[in-house]
Structures are given as C-alpha cells and as structure tokens.
Write a protein that binds this ligand. Structure first.
Ligand code: F6R
Length: 607
C-alpha cells in the first residue's frame, strides 16, 4: 500500500503541493519518497529512502521546477526500502516516469522479456517494468496514450499507476485496477491521488476511478476511458463533505474499524503473492525434520490455526511456539534439521527476534511472514513472504491477522500438493474455496454491522465472556477473545471447547455469555455437546455458525450467521470478522479509544 499524488496546475510550482499531498497520505506508507516533474520539456526526478519531510528537505524537492508532476510515498512490497527502489521509476532514456501502488503479478516474465530486449532495469521493483514496457511500445511510433494503454493491458495484478512523459508534457496518464485512485478538479488545476485526504486542501470536487479505467489529466480537467477498448466513460464529479481527519479514515471514526472493513481488499492482496516466493518457502519447509511456527500475540494465534492447516492438508506436524517461551521450551531440541517459520506483522517483535537469534545460532532454517519489507525479520530470514496488508494503524491487529492466515493457508496447500498428500482436484477445490473468502468476508461485513451492534446493546453490560471452539476454531476463539480484551478490557476466557469441562466450566453461572465458533466441518459434531454442557449451567449461547444450521440456531440464544460453503480449515478467516466488529462496537459503547488501547504498543520491541 503506497500513496500517490499528482497534479497539473494552470500556473505555479506543483512540488510543494506534492509534498503536502503525500504528507496527508503518509498513513499509507512511509519508507521512501520521490517526485517527478516536467519543466521546459525536461523530466526531473528526485527520490530517496526515508520519511517524507526528511527526504524532501535533504534533497530540496520543494524547489523542483514545473507546474505538473507526480509523487509517491512507498510501503515496500518488492525490493527493500532503498533509494534505487523508491518511485518514480524511469525508462532507459529518462523521458518518462511512473509511480505505482499495487502488485504486478506477472512482472517476472515481463522483466525477462524486457531484459532480452536490452532494457536496463535498475531496481528490484515490479513498477520499473511499466516504464520500460511503455518505452518499448513507443518504438512502434504510436502516441504516448496508446503506448501507455497497450502496456497496461499486459499487466496482471493490482495497480494504480500515474505516468508523465516529456513527449506530452502537459498530461498525467493514470490507470486503476483494484488499487484506489481518485481524481479532483479545482479552478487551479487537476489532481490525482490514492485517497481523498491528499487533495482536500485544493478541492472537494472528486471523481473515483473504477477498475479497468484509464484517465488523461491536463490543467483543464480529465477524460476517463476504458482500458480494454478506449471507450470514453462519462462520470460527473462528487462533492466531498468529510473533514480532513474523517477523510484519512475514509469517513470511519477510527482506524480499527476502517481496517476491519478493509479486509476484503487486504485478503485479495494476500492471494496475490509471487508464486516463486511461495514455492521457495514451501520447498524449505519440506526439508525440515520438524517445523516450528514462532510468533507472539495475534500472530501466535495465526500459528495455532496454521498447525491445523499443515497437519490436515500436508500431513506435517508443525509446533506453534510462543516467541518468549521458545528457547526454554524447544531450545535443547532445535537444531540444524529444524525449520522455524516466524510470523510477525511488524517483523520487529523483540521476543520473536530473540528466538530467531537462538534458532540461527543452532543452524536452523529461519523463514518469515511479515507485513514490513525491510524489517529485521526480512533481514534475518533465509526466505520470507510479505503478506501485503498495507500499514495497520490500529494497535490491535485485525486485517493483518486474516492476511497471515491467508498466506499460511496457501503455504499449507502448496505443501500438500508438493508432497502428494492431496490430489490435484482436491487442491483445486481448496484453492477455489480460498479464492471465495474475500467475497465471503465482504458479505459478512455488509450483513452483520447492525446485527452486531444489537448484540452489543444486549450483552454490553456483561462482566465476563467465554469463547469456545473445537479444532481450528479454537484459534478463532483465542483471537476473538484477545480482541475483546485489548479493545474493551472486559475479562474473558477462550478454550478449546472439549477442554472447557476440565476446569473452565466452573466459572459458568446463570446468564454468562458463551460465544461458540461452529463452522460446518469435522469439528461441528462435538460442538453440540459443548453447547449443551454450557446451557445446562445457565449460560447464554451466542453462536457464530453457517446460515441455515438449524440445529445450532435452535440451541442458541443469539446467532451470527455466516455465508455457506467455506471449509472449516479456512474458517478462522471469515469467522473472526464479526467478533472483531463486536469488540470494536463494544469499545465504542464503553467510550474507549479502540485505536490505542491502554498499556499496548503496536510493535513490542522491548524484552
Ligand atoms: C494483538 C496484537 C499483538 C501483536 C503482537 C505480535 O492485537 O497486535 O498481540 O500481534 O505484539 O506482533 P507482531 O506480529 O508484529 O510480531
């Protein structure tokens, strides 16, 4: 997730506006920054790694001449946060510049093709190939617009792209597929940005570009066309009435709820991983005599879920390990044959890094899954995957949890196929099920908001909650309970349902709400017994179950019904979502700040 801002002014320099616009997008990413402007027919590019204000001051970027230009604040996805990988990227001749937000899935094959045609690529990004593709198309003696369109048609993946060129120095060409891009018009000029807040100081008259659309901006306005066949699209401007602060949160009152609602998008991002990295991790996982899944907090809950996925799909025993316990618990046995797969959103959690140091000292193979390119985890891992969730500002992990699960599920599936533990047909069936999850999460969010708010009204005064699930749903229960603790401070308990009778049941008395996670699948039978046990002690049952599951619905006081057809091995991804909503709305009801729970830090970098 990166930030894009560009503009064509009728008069005056664009560079200070780019600086200001990118500052307002800093929440989208902040590891490097760059501007490109065109003045007197010459393209100028300045960029470097670092925070926006520091880089702009150091390189005197606000003095760049030209009334049109583009700028980018980066959240690295391909290539470390270094100057060479910062956007804009240029073609071989330095005549055109490109900025991009998203992931180009077929960039390896396009890169190969361009290298064979003697293009010189300087960075490790997927973006740079776009500049060279356009340069290549221009050799066919076509217009800049045609060349950009032809190049975009070859891209697979997600993108918001802005291009400027000395060939047509009064225009910015933009395109969008699945990464946001909005255009704005004022009496002073025309703008494009990843998000409305960037342009609010200049205009509140905007138009959102849709997937598969392309636009040409000049100082007088814009024209939108379809990428597929260049048909002109008529769309009128909308007036934005949000304040600056509301706009940064997309009109939501808190980042946490914005991030909960972003999950359909972040999950689509997590399904778009580069196959070669998935392949590399799978191959290395397969080499281990034993696999440890190492993490803290929410990421540990992903690891618990993953241990079920690895066992069920790939028939591999993988031990989930809490980072702070790892050395004492497994230190003596871990060794050269061990693979330690570390999951850390920030890639900087002290306990996780300390355990990694130990594992490396014992010559184990360390692998990583993280959301932060350039983090320590990426540097100390033999191989790693970036989960592509974009920055998470809310302290409590929400979208990064579901994306971690999506990555882990893909690894388990690949491993299963590679080891021949499932047939190709079964693999296709699982894969199709995974691909449905972003839509299922979207539907869950759409249909449950009001219902969950009603549940918060009904149960909001309770002093204790219990979360129970069987099989992989025990990880969902643990994570749902952690969200409730973090966001609302209400004491609660989470257990595998079968274990609850070995002690926890003693705290159940009349009226205590017990939340059961009951997706259909292998664990579904056992859950009914668990519900009966709790009901017999007077508990009030709230079930998260598949729609139309009449047996569970009949036994429950309240239900959250989930869309049908998700396999229970992937169920933690959608099933945690309504419970994230529950904790969020309960925090709001209690007048707490869900974005910054007390005593917690986003990244725990201390022992
Ligand atoms: C929970 C939460 C924390 C983190 C934990 C690990 O909502 O955010 O429990 O999950 O501190 O952080 P990472 O994943 O960055 O290692």
């Amino acid at each position: 997730m990166c930030g894009i801002f560009g503009g064509v002014l009728k008069k005056g320099a664009i560079a200070p506006l780019i600086h200001d616009g990118l500052k307002r997008l800093e929440y989208r990413g902040y590891d490097s920054v760059g501007f490109a402007t065109i003045d007197a027919g010459t393209l100028q590019v300045k960029k470097d790694a670092g925070r926006i204000d520091d880089v702009v001051r150091r390189l005197k970027m606000n003095n760049m001449p030209g009334s049109m230009g583009i700028g980018h604040t980066r959240w690295a996805t391909h290539g470390a946060p270094e100057m060479v990988n910062a956007h804009p990227h240029t073609d071989c001749n330095g005549n055109l510049a490109v900025i991009h937000n998203g992931v180009i899935e077929n960039f390896m094959e396009l890169k190969e093709e361009l290298l064979n045609k003697s293009h010189i690529l300087k960075s490790r990004t997927d973006t740079e190939i776009i500049a060279h593709l356009i340069e290549e198309e221009l050799k066919g003696d076509i217009s800049l617009q045609e060349a950009v369109l032809k190049s975009i048609r070859r891209l697979e993946g997600s993108y918001a792209i802005a291009v400027i060129s000395t060939l047509d120095p009064g225009k910015i060409l933009v395109a969008r597929n699945e990464s946001p891009l909005v255009l704005g018009v004022s009496k002073d000029g025309t703008f494009c940005a990843s998000d409305v807040p960037a342009m609010l100081p200049y205009t509140n008259q905007v138009v959102y570009l849709r997937n598969g659309e392309f636009a040409i901006l000049d100082q007088d306005g814009y024209e939108i066309r379809l990428v597929s066949d260049s048909t002109v699209v008529e769309r009128s401007l909308e007036e934005i009435t949000w304040s600056q602060e509301m706009a940064e949160k997309h009109g939501y009152p808190h980042f946490t709820i914005k991030e909960i609602n972003e999950q359909p998008t972040s999950l689509r991002g997590a399904l778009r991983l580069q196959p070669q990295y998935l392949g590399l991790l799978t191959a290395l996982l397969d080499r281990g005599r034993e696999v440890f899944l190492l993490a803290a907090g929410t990421s540990y809950h992903s690891c618990i879920a993953a241990s079920y996925m690895f066992s069920r799909l790939a028939r591999i025993t993988a031990f989930p390990a809490i980072s702070s316990e790892f050395i004492e618990q497994y230190g003596s046995s871990v060794g050269v044959d061990s693979v330690v797969l570390c999951v850390s959103q920030s890639g900087e959690t002290y306990d996780t890094l300390k355990a990694i140091d130990y594992a490396r000292m014992k010559a184990s193979t360390v692998l990583g899954i993280t959301n932060s390119v350039g983090s320590t985890l990426t540097r100390v891992s033999r191989a790693y995957i970036i989960q592509q969730s974009g920055p998470e500002i809310g302290v409590a992990a929400t979208k990064t949890f579901t994306s971690q699960l999506m990555v882990l599920a893909q690894l388990a599936l690949r491993l299963a196929l590679m080891k021949g533990k499932i047939s190709q047909d079964e693999g296709d069936d699982f894969r199709e099920n995974l691909l449905r999850i972003p839509d299922v999460v979207e539907e869950t969010l759409n249909r449950n908001k009001t219902h969950v708010m009603d549940l918060v009204d009904k149960y909001g005064g309770e002093q204790l909650f219990v979360f129970l699930g069987r099989g992989i749903s025990s990880s969902t229960a643990l994570e749902a309970r952690l969200k409730l603790l973090e966001l609302t401070y209400v004491p609660s308990l989470a257990y595998p349902a079968g274990e609850s009778k070995h002690g926890p049941i003693s705290i159940i008395e009349e009226g205590v709400p017990v939340i059961f996670l009951c997706p259909r699948g292998e664990s579904r039978k056992g859950i009914v017994g668990g519900i009966m046990e709790m009901k017999a002690r007077g508990a009030r049952i709230i079930s998260v179950c598949e729609e139309g599951d009449h047996e569970i619905i009949g036994l429950s006081d309240d239900v959250i019904e989930m869309p049908k057809g998700i396999k229970d091995i992937f169920s933690p991804i959608p099933y945690v979502v309504p419970l994230q909503l529950f904790s969020y709305y309960l925090a709001v009801q209690k007048d707490l700040d869900p974005d910054m729970p007390r005593n917690l830090a986003k990244s725990v970098t201390v022992p």
